[in-house]
Design a binder for this molecule. Structure first.
Ligand code: F6P
Length: 406
């Protein structure tokens, strides 16, 4: 009699809400097929521990709910509601150095397939190991950045959008009471999806994303000041400004906190404009600005129902692929349904983009969401060519006299 199929599941890279919902779905769907599921702790590090006999394979076996709650709560199926990863995750590690151990660990577990839940970077690393070890790999995209190519949605994005949206809502009232400009710095690495979506949903007045305002140059700063000044002249004394962490400073360099930098620039730049006799900007240095850096709050939070549904569908699709012996594929969400893509094509694109220092799945500057923001009057930057043919926000359109007081 042949032994039951054995599959592994791991989470790798930065965590996000919805990982546990994927794990739960994988375990439920697999055990219903009579398979065994091994939950590998801390990404590929867990395989090293198996290779070094620090972990026994049987200890990694996941049960129906993927975890055990003791006492009266035993049997409660709460896994999909919890953020984080019950397996632990890993964003650093020297997989090249330990590749032999990792492959040995996989072989000791006698896995017939591995489901890796990761972002573009971690899927790239695991794909490389899978090639070396001849593994049957299935990838599931997760990241609050939503920048995995070929998928419209990654697990975790929807919840993060909700978290930021709620923060913007909460900040609106204190902003209004104190007539302040609230600058909110949002994660997303090199992509602006999170800032754009939550900015629109949360009622932002200005949304700055790397795809449309890669640097806070003269043109961008002037338009930001202009937007805030026009509000103030219309008696709306507060404003909500969302800035994605991927936006760079005036010199095109990364700031430790682009939010803090921007808040200062709003004052400094208004002063510069005022010194150039642009009267409407005078006095704007008195505008009270405050910065909120939402940070890792965006990575946690109870997964939304949309994320749970996505995670659950992705987990089920990954198990189906293994059942049909269709390996080396990425499960994706496109046109309202789950589809799959060959992992080699996904990874080729990811590597090319990383080599060229580009985001593998940026916001479409002419896409529906950007158009929606513009239609609402939200300032999102303007890449339309200026008179000299350059994108407007990539050239300096304001020349200051060297003696202007700044
Ligand atoms: O990729 C997810 C992400 O949260 C990014 O948005 C952010 O830049 C980064 O991870 C933060 O990483 P860490 O948790 O290592 O600080």
């Amino acid at each position: 009699m042949s032994r039951p199929k054995r599959i592994g599941v791991l989470t790798s890279g930065g965590d996000c809400p919805g990982l546990n919902a994927v794990i739960r779905s994988v375990v439920k769907c697999s055990t219903r097929q009579g398979w065994e599921v091994y939950g590998i702790p801390y990404g590929t590090d867990g395989l090293i521990e198996v290779a070094r006999a620090n972990t026994k394979p049987e200890d990694l076996k996941l049960k129906e709910h993927g975890y055990n709650i003791p006492g009266l709560l035993q049997g409660l199926d709460v896994l999909q509601f919890l953020s984080g990863s019950v397996l632990g995750s890993l964003s650093k590690g020297d997989t090249d150095k330990f590749a032999d151990d990792i492959i040995k660990g996989y072989e000791l577990l006698q896995l017939d397939g591995l489901i890796a839940i990761g972002g573009d970077g971690s899927l790239d690393i695991i794909y490389n190991l899978a090639q070396k070890g001849n593994w049957n790999l299935i990838g599931i995209p997760k990241t609050i950045d939503n920048d995995v190519p070929f998928t419209e949605r990654s697990v975790g994005f929807d919840t993060a959008v909700d978290t930021v949206t709620e923060a913007l809502y909460d900040l609106t009232f204190t902003a209004a009471s104190h007539e302040r400009v609230m600058v909110v710095e949002v994660m997303g690495r090199d992509a602006g999806h999170l800032a754009l979506h939550s900015g629109i949903a949360g009622g932002a007045d200005i949304i700055l994303i790397p795809e449309l305002t890669p640097t806070l140059n003269d043109a961008v700063l002037e338009e930001i000041c202009e937007t805030i000044a026009s509000f103030r002249h219309e008696k709306r004394k507060f404003a909500l400004v969302v800035v994605a962490e991927g936006v760079k400073n005036y010199e095109g360099k990364k700031e430790k906190s682009i939010g803090e930098y921007l808040a200062k620039q709003i004052k400094d730049y208004s002063n510069k404009l005022c010194a150039l006799d642009r009267k409407q900007f005078c006095g704007m240095d008195e505008v009270d600005t405050r910065v909120t850096v939402l940070g890792h709050l965006q990575r946690s939070g109870t997964p939304t129902s949309a994320d749970r549904l996505l995670a659950t569908s992705f987990g089920r699709a990954a198990v189906d692929l293994i059942a049909n012996q269709e390996y080396n594929r990425l499960v994706v969400w496109r046109n309202g349904e789950v589809q799959t893509e060959p992992l080699d094509q996904v990874i080729d694109l990811v590597r090319k983009c990383h080599r060229e220092n580009r985001c593998p799945s940026p916001v479409n500057p002419n896409g529906f969401m950007v158009q929606t923001a513009r239609s609402l009057g939200i300032y999102v930057g303007d890449l339309t060519p200026s008179l000299n043919g350059e994108p407007r926000n990539r050239v300096s359109i304001t020349t200051f006299s060297s003696n202007s007081k700044c």
